[in-house]
Design a protein. Structure first.
Length: 418
């Protein structure tokens, strides 16, 4: 028997219904805030990801699903959506005539991480990217929007964690400070962190080893080492959030696992999620568009991890079951033939109905109608057929009436009967 690969899963009904409803709610808010949908490819050239996310990140160094195709081209399944959104923004010159553009996307992402609760190798994101504005107003607006999404979903137990990771200028000063600190700790750090301390020191904060984290407790933090402009930007974001009544917690360790971030960085976390506690994350990436070969255009975005978000909502979301309005009880071969036509006509008219393809006796078909929780059944036997009649029965009350088959279909949209 085949099984889905490790860390990859099916979303079965009725869970799929919850997903659809959550996705619709999020997309509605995104559209209300002026974001337009972009559909992005599931695989791209590997270099797009290595260059944008950074070679020293866990995603690129350890987690990409990369392959060479028959033409010897190197591709990777997308581990996230920002790189593709930037690529599309540049490829289609979406920055003309105005650089201001807001896009959202959704779909599966792929990372070869060790599977555990809330961590999958194929997982789903809804992401949003806003290009062309460096104002802190936009940062705050994005966070207001995320709060609204949580409100619309009735999600209450979550926290916004906030940090600023500065810009390359503040970071070059900070880098030296951090490297000096790490140098003194080097013999206590894991091999990865020893390497990172030389190549990309800020990535040491991503290390999952508790031992390394202990050693980093007293390390200098980037938010304490911002230049004037980045500090001012961060102050304004915090003031705007306060003015909008958005609570947040400063987390100086929040550096996000991708290299492209500048200034504002944030995550939405919930204690109900266990170790994998972030159900959304994002931030500014003011340098990425230029780094990818485009004009100098600032941007900010985020992605919601749908698997984690849905797991938070699942217990509380009770959606109506997908039950038929009508069940057709068809007695005898001819009735089944006629009933089948009726079934298709009713469905075409938008009435949810089902029938028994095996055509058992009255009792067994009635049982099936009950099991499917149909509200009505239509009974068609040889006698009814001869007269071109059909019996409409309300399942709960047992009340029935005899109708002409033609009448049933003529009365549009059948509202007279149900
Ligand atoms: P990220 O933090 O890597 O950011 O992912 C965003 C969210 O995706 C996480 O907070 C988490 O909920 C979910 N996620 C990540 N990995 C997994 C996994 N293995 N299993 C289940 N859920 C997962 C990004 O991807 C950035 N592209 C976000 C962004 C957009 N920044 C700016 N624009």
């Amino acid at each position: 028997m085949f099984k889905a690969p490790k860390g990859v899963r099916d979303i079965l009904p009725p869970q799929s219904k919850t997903w659809r409803s959550v996705e619709n709610t999020i997309q509605q808010v995104l559209e209300d805030f002026g974001f337009d949908e972009i559909r992005l490819p599931v695989f791209e050239s590997s270099e797009l990801f290595t260059r944008s996310i950074g070679t020293e990140t866990d995603i690129v160094a350890k987690e990409m699903y990369s392959f060479t195709d028959r033409g010897d081209r190197n591709y990777s399944l997308r581990p996230e959506g920002t790189a593709s959104a930037v690529r599309a923004y540049l490829e289609h010159q979406l920055y003309t005539p105005s650089p201001y553009r807001k896009l959202y996307y959704s779909g599966p992402m792929f990372r070869s991480e060790r599977p555990q609760a809330g961590r999958y190798r194929q997982f789903f994101q809804i992401g949003a990217e806003a290009f062309g504005v460096d104002s802190p107003y936009l940062d705050a607006e994005i966070l207001v929007m995320l709060k609204l999404i949580c409100q619309r979903l009735n999600l209450t137990e979550w926290e916004l964690q906030l940090n600023s990771v500065g810009c390359p200028v503040c970071r070059s000063n900070y880098r030296q400070k951090l490297q000096d600190y790490l140098q003194a700790q080097v013999s206590f750090l894991c091999e990865d962190c020893q390497r990172r301390s030389q190549t990309n020191p800020m990535r040491v904060f991503d290390c999952k080893s508790a031992h390394c984290q202990e050693r980093l407790a007293a390390a200098p933090r980037v938010a304490d080492n911002l230049g004037d402009e980045c500090r001012e930007h961060f102050e304004q974001v915090k003031n705007l959030l306060a003015a909008q009544g958005i609570e947040y917690k400063l987390n100086p360790n929040l550096v996000r696992g991708l290299d492209y971030y500048t200034r504002t960085a944030f995550e939405l976390v919930s204690t109900k999620l266990g170790a994998q506690n972030a159900f959304a994350g994002g931030g500014r990436y003011d340098g990425l568009v230029e780094e990818m070969g485009g004009p100098s255009i600032p941007a900010i975005g985020f992605a919601i991890g749908m698997d984690r978000l849905v797991s938070l909502l699942e217990e509380r979301l009770t959606l109506p079951e997908n039950r038929p309005l009508v069940y057709l009880i068809l007695l005898g071969e001819q009735a089944q033939c006629e009933g089948y036509n009726l079934l298709l006509k009713l469905r075409t008219a938008g009435i949810k109905c089902e029938m028994d393809y095996q055509s058992g006796g009255m009792k067994s078909q009635m049982k099936k109608a009950d099991k499917m929780q149909a509200e009505y059944c239509l009974i068609l036997g040889e006698t009814e057929l001869k007269e071109q009649n059909i019996i409409l029965r309300q399942m709960q009350s047992g009340q029935q009436q005899t109708l002409k088959i033609d009448d049933l279909l003529r009365v549009s949209p059948f509202g007279k009967y149900w």
